[in-house]
Design a protein around this ligand. Sequence first.
Ligand code: SF4
Length: 237
Amino acid sequence: MSVEEAARLLSEAIRNGLRREAEQPRIGVYRPSLLPSCLRRQFLIYKRGIIVSEEKAGLFEIGCLFHEFLERTFRDGGLTVKAVEAPFFIVSLCGDELIRISGRADLIISLNGEDYIVETKSIRNLPREPLKHHVEQLQLYLAGYGLKHGFLIYLEKSFLKNSIFPVSFSLEDFRRLIDRAALLHRHLTGDLTPEPDAEKWECWFCEFKEECAENPGGGGGQAFLTEKSSKICGGEI
Ligand code: SF4
């Protein structure tokens, strides 16, 4: 085998490794990392199956490397790491159907006898404040584990500088996210495209930005339902 062929083989192995991260979403099982994002985007992801480009899968892998780094660093520093990639389910009722929110908390650590969820985010520039969608994601982890407090840890990609933000459980935020899961569920089961409710930056990274931008009313005559106008679960669409 030539060196060039060997290099191609290595490159192929890396590409295949990233492809393995693609996973199909299931209607009725919702994700903490997606729930805060644009309702229309989530709808399309569930209807068509998630599109994980190699770049996004790469970002996911980078995230895993950061989790491993933090776990090792905390253990080496004498902290108690109780769980890594800790799975959980939250089950809720939507009318007479069960829906689930399923995810994995990056780390659960124990400090002075109290448990905390740690959610790690790798980021290009450290934020001054925690990002809203990350706080909401953490709220679901806290609810899933019945914990009061957690930490959002941002790690800057180039030099691993960090910003750490404590986050406390908010019943109000949790209720809103559960309602949002129910709303998404009703759109999906009713096959009704929701109105977009993205923050501007979300559209820059969205898999569906071209068709959404081309057709801002969306869905060519399909019915729309907004969070404000709808009666969530058990109501009429
Ligand atoms: S382009 Fe923006 S508004 Fe449209 S689906 Fe994507 S995130 Fe939502």
